[in-house]
Each structure stands twice: as C-alpha cells, then as structure tokens.
Design a protein around this ligand. Structure first.
Ligand SMILES: *Cc1c(COP(=O)(O)O)cnc(C)c1O
Length: 228
C-alpha cells in the first residue's frame, strides 16, 4: 500500500465513524505518528495534505522539525522527561503527555522564559494498566486543577493510550471514560479558574480509531495506518 492509498482508506473510515456517531468530519483531526519514519516518507504524507505530525522522542522530533516544512504542526505524544522540556517548548504546538505537576511546572517555566504559553494535554491512564504512563483517573481532577494555575501552560484537553488489543471494541469503555472525565472535570471546577472546557480528546490509534471517534475523539494518533 502507498501512503496515498492509506490516507484514502483512513479518510473513508473517519467519515463513516463520524456518520455513525452523528459528528461533523471537521471535529476530528488526524495526527500522523511519524516516529521511526524518515523525513522523506513524512514529506510524502505532507504532500498528500497532512499537516499534523506526532513524535514520541525529543531528539528525533527536533531533528525532523529542522528538515521539514515550517507549516507542519508538531505534536509531542510520548513520555517526556523534565530535562528535555527545554528543547521542545515553543517548537511543538501541543504536548499530549503531561502526567505530573512537576512536568507541567517545568514546561510552564520554560514557556515563560520564551515568552509563550504552551498548549498541553493531560495524559490519563483510564484503563489502569500498570505499564502505562499517565495519571490515574481518580487523580485527574486534582492534577488539572493544580496545573491550571500555572501561567505558562494552557490545558486544551485530555489524552489516553488505550491497551493494545485485537478487538477494538474492548477499548470503547476506556474512550468513553476519557470523554466522561473531560465533561466531569470542568463541571467540578469550584475555583472558577482557567481550566477551560477540555475540548480536545486525543485517543485512538490504528487499531481502534473508529471506535475512539464514535466515543468523542478529536485527535486520533495513527502511525502504522498511515506509514505501513
Ligand atoms: C506509536 C504511537 C501511536 C501510533 O500507533 P499505531 O498503532 O502505529 O497507530 C499513537 N500514540 C502513541 C502515544 C504512540 O507512541
């Protein structure tokens, strides 16, 4: 399969999932996860219309930013160490993987130093799988509340990495739970600070993005599906 054909297939599936769930196609954006793929392949995806690319390693990400067109929106989707924050703040439009106050604080300080506000998502381990990064669901409200007071970051929404599964239906409850938290947390917001509406929901990968869209995903992260 070519990247072009992959994208035609993905677009069809996105449209069908939107129809099934009575959503607008423009509520869902595709993040092409380009990790492990060389810049030449990313350029082909770019030439086929993609503008949002996600990477999970800082070094690989910054190397690619310098080699590819300026109008790409880069997203950091992988686990982020605090000592690497300085390399990506202001260079990526969204960091999906913020799962601790200390990490958010480091991002905020770096953003202020650079005179910007960095958009972030809070990563939640909705499935409770032990091997996963992300904060536990029951701690999510408190983390969002604390992070919302940091002046250098803006929380746009929530992200989760669902378990790998042969059966995409198995992840439906996890996606539904993330959606539920995105409504519940702002409703609980008694401090009336700047939590905002947590509109962005980053969930769904190649194996389960149709289900994720049906449950409210606004960003789907596809690697294999795009680049296979
Ligand atoms: C690799 C990766 C993806 C893409 O996974 P595929 O199954 O190849 O679509 C999505 N999200 C994260 C955080 C990843 O690391």
């Amino acid at each position: 399969m070519s990247i072009k054909n992959n994208l035609i297939e993905i677009e069809k599936n996105i449209c069908l999932a939107c129809e099934r769930s009575k959503r607008n196609r423009n509520e869902v954006a595709l993040v092409a996860v380009s990790k492990n793929n060389p810049p030449e392949k990313i350029k082909i995806a770019y030439d086929n219309g993609l503008r949002i690319f996600g990477e999970n390693r800082v070094q690989e990400l910054i190397a690619k930013i310098d080699l590819l067109p300026d109008d790409i929106e880069w997203h950091m989707i992988g686990h982020l160490q605090r000592n690497k924050v300085k390399y990506i703040v202001g260079r990526v439009s969204l960091i999906h993987s913020v799962d601790s106050f200390k990490l958010a604080e480091t991002i905020s300080k770096e953003a202020i130093k650079k005179g910007i506000i960095q958009d972030i998502l809070i990563e939640i381990n909705v499935s409770g799988e032990e091997s996963k990064h992300g904060i536990a669901s029951k701690e999510a409200y408190e983390l969002v509340r604390e992070v919302s007071y940091l002046p250098g970051v803006r929380i746009k929404g929530l992200m989760t990495i669902a378990p790998l599964s042969e059966d995409s239906e198995a992840n439906r409850p996890h996606f539904a739970k993330l959606k539920h938290l995105s409504v519940d947390i702002p409703n609980k917001n008694i401090d009336n600070n700047n939590i905002g509406d947590l509109k962005v929901l980053s969930m769904g990968m190649t194996g389960d993005y149709a289900v994720a869209i049906e449950e409210g995903a606004s960003l789907i992260r596809l690697g294999t599906g795009v680049f296979k």
